[in-house]
Structure formats: structure tokens, C-alpha cells
Design a protein around this ligand. Sequence first.
Ligand code: PAF
Length: 282
Amino acid sequence: MSQTFNPSDIAMLRTDKRASLTETVQRWKSDGDSVALVPTMGALHEGHLSLVRLALKAADRCVVSIFVNPTQFAPHEDFDSYPRDISADLQLLQSAGVDLVYTPDEADMYPSGKDSAIKAGAAAKGLETDFRPHFFDGVVNVVHRLFDHAQPDLAVFGEKDYQQLMVIDEMVQAQSLPIEITGAPIARDAHGLALSSRNAYLSAEELEIARMLNQALYKAAQDIQGGADADAACDEASALLLNCGFDKVDYVSYKPEWNRVLIAAHIGKTRLIDNAPTTPST
Ligand code: PAF
């Protein structure tokens, strides 16, 4: 469903039409406004709103896209059950002051098939790719299309998906796209758990366990910062998670080139990821 474009009628516009999006953004740009894009898969929470706030600070106009991208899910993953609540999302975005919400469907995003010549580069090696080999090719495929449709000046992605941020940044450079990629700090709940749409899957008991993730992560990051052996610190974090109720740890890994410890672990059917810097915060 598409709304008629009359900016004076409503504060926030929504469209599922690529041509309307492109035309609106071009109009803003020719008026001299800079435009930021915040790509999302919906099920929005405070973490997404922090990306929107950053986008609105950095640019005159903010576009948010909502599209649950099938190409980044493997057949056994949670594409069908991924949380979707478009009216709640639109209300949140309206109150956050977003200018335009782009809600394409699969036919708009993949009109001639889901294959893409755009492939994830070196930053995709290891970590997530060891467990979700399809994931980053799917992400760069859809993000490249979203960039093509919106043609923003800048785009904001959360640092929670740190490897994704690195992969997208690398893709933008490899394709020489004139888009600045900005990472937004991780939004956490009062217990330090990184906000994620998938947290909605957690039972009350699992939520208690999930809160150990950032404790194990920060201990490893601080130990490494203090000179501890990185492999030993990561192994210790992994053992701690299994002891306190995580069912499986995919990885706890130190990436010196990113100054980060990155972590992925499962509780029940929920897979959580997080990361922390190993450099002192300034
Ligand atoms: O981080 C996400 O929500 C998704 O991977 C993204 C970047 C919107 C691409 O579908």
C-alpha cells in the first residue's frame, strides 16, 4: 500500500514504490538537503531508533527501509517467523521524525531473480560466515539494491552487527559508491544485553541467561586489553557462557585488525551476537 505524496499533508511518508522513493530523494537533494538511509528488517526497537537519531543528526532527511530480506536467511533459519509488526514500526518512526519509510516487497527488491553479481569481500571471511555461509552475500545483495533505489548520501548501520558493518563498508569502497557508511554504537538494556529484534524470542528464564553474554564478552575484552593471551581469554568466555546456561557457542573471537572481541551463542532457538572494543573508550 502506497500513500499519495504530499509532504504538507503528513509528517512522514511511506512508499513501497522504488520510483517514488528515488524521485522524492532526488527532489530533496536538488533542494540542497542531504539524505541518510537506515536499512532495517523491521521489528524496530530502541536500537533502531538510535540509528535514526544519528542519521537525523548527520543529514537533513532520513529514510528508513523495512524489508525482511530472504536472501540472507538459510532455508532452516527464521525467515518465516522473523518478527513483523509494520504498524508499530510506522508509529515509532513517525515519532522519531523520519521523513520517509520505504517498504518494498520481494518483487520490488528482486524483480529479475535473487542472484547478484555483488559478493561479500574479505571482511566476510570467518566468524558469521563459518556458521551462516549465505549471510553476507545476501546482505550485500540487498544493501546494494537499497542503495541503488534510495541513492543516499550516507547510511547508518548498528555496530552490534560489527562484521556486517565492515562487510558493507568494504562493498561500498569496492563499488566506489558515493555513500558514507556510519556505524552507530550498540544500544543495550539496563543489564547490558544488546538490543536485538531476536530478543523477542527469549523466555523470561532465557533472558536472564542472555544477560551473561555481555558480561563474558566485556571480561574477555578487558583481559585482552590488560595483556592476557587472547585465545585463553576467548576460551574462558566461551566456557563461562556454557556454564551459565547457553546451549552452544558458535564463536568468541578476537579480531586485532578491528580491535574487537566478537561473540555468537545460542540459547534454545535464539542465536545472539555481540561485540566489544579492546581499546580503552575515550
Ligand atoms: O542488519 C539488518 O537488519 C540487515 O542485515 C540489513 C542491513 C537491513 C540488510 O537486510
